[in-house]
Design a protein around this ligand. Structure first.
Ligand SMILES: [Fe+2]
Length: 266
């Protein structure tokens, strides 16, 4: 066994097996700190390490380091996958707005999958600070992914279902006023949630994906009020966007989420 040679650049390294086949592309990308002995993978006899070519470097994050003795080529693990959209546009929400928003969401999916590989490498290497920092980023990204999925899946053409299946008739006007008010005043997310502790519904906001989450709150209806969610179409008229959102809520989806949560949180 031998260690990687000392390479004093913040780069990617390509590992080849005795037959010259590439078995892994490794390196540091997330955290550009000098590479020291603790970061060097052990390489079996006959395997070689060299600086990656640009084409090989592009494979970083798509290939997970494997024990070269077990090398059979690249493997790409299946991780997060984007949910399909049920619509291309919605009344008041243009195809372009939704398409760009969905593309942004898929970017989060790609990023989380990439970082998950880096996180596992950091844990394997015992790099506590790096693992902690990536873990924080992963939490942020997981929220971004889940919140966007709840948002997209909670809407349908012109709305569906009955709000009364979730919110009692005498509470609907007050709920709507509060939810829209929070939307107007927030910069990230507005969420109608179920609190399994008090067994009640409540609204809360998240300033961004990683800030304002409520432990054990079960999101039922999620409204994105980031600027990217409305400004391309509505510029500063945020209320017009909120009105469009409210018109397209799929209350059947919201009701089913509530039913499932009530069943599992007893
Ligand atoms: Fe968004």
């Amino acid at each position: 066994m031998a260690f990687l040679p000392e390479l004093k650049t913040y780069s990617r390294f390509t590992i080849t097996d005795p037959a010259g086949r590439i078995v892994a592309v490794v390196g540091q990308q997330y955290d550009p700190v000098p590479i020291g002995p603790l970061h060097w993978p052990v390489v079996a006899p006959g395997y070689k390490v060299r600086q990656s070519t640009p084409a090989e470097a592009a494979l970083y994050g798509k290939a997970k380091y494997r024990d070269p003795n077990l090398a059979g080529g690249f493997t790409r693990e299946t991780r997060y996958q984007a949910i399909p959209l049920r619509y291309k546009s919605l009344p008041g929400l243009s195809a372009e707005l939704i398409s760009d928003h969905y593309t942004l969401y898929k970017g989060y999916i790609d990023r989380i999958n990439h970082l998950q590989d880096e996180y596992e490498d950091a844990v394997e290497d015992g790099e506590k600070w790096r693992a902690q920092r990536i873990s924080q980023s992963l939490g942020f990204l997981r929220n971004a992914v889940v919140l966007h999925e709840l948002y997209f899946a909670g809407l349908t053409q012109g709305g569906a279902g009955d709000i009364g299946s979730v919110i009692p008739a005498d509470k609907q006007a007050a709920w709507k006023k509060e939810f829209e008010l929070l939307g107007a005043g927030s910069t990230g997310w507005v969420i109608l949630a179920w609190d399994p502790r008090t067994k009640t519904l409540f609204n809360y906001t998240m300033k961004e994906h990683g800030e304002g989450g409520v432990v054990r709150a079960c999101p039922l209806l999620v409204m994105d009020v980031y600027e990217h969610a409305y400004m391309p179409q509505y510029q500063l008229d945020k209320q017009a966007y909120i009105n469009a959102f409210m018109r397209n809520i799929d209350w059947d989806v919201v009701r089913n989420r509530l039913r499932r949560i009530k069943k599992t949180s007893q």
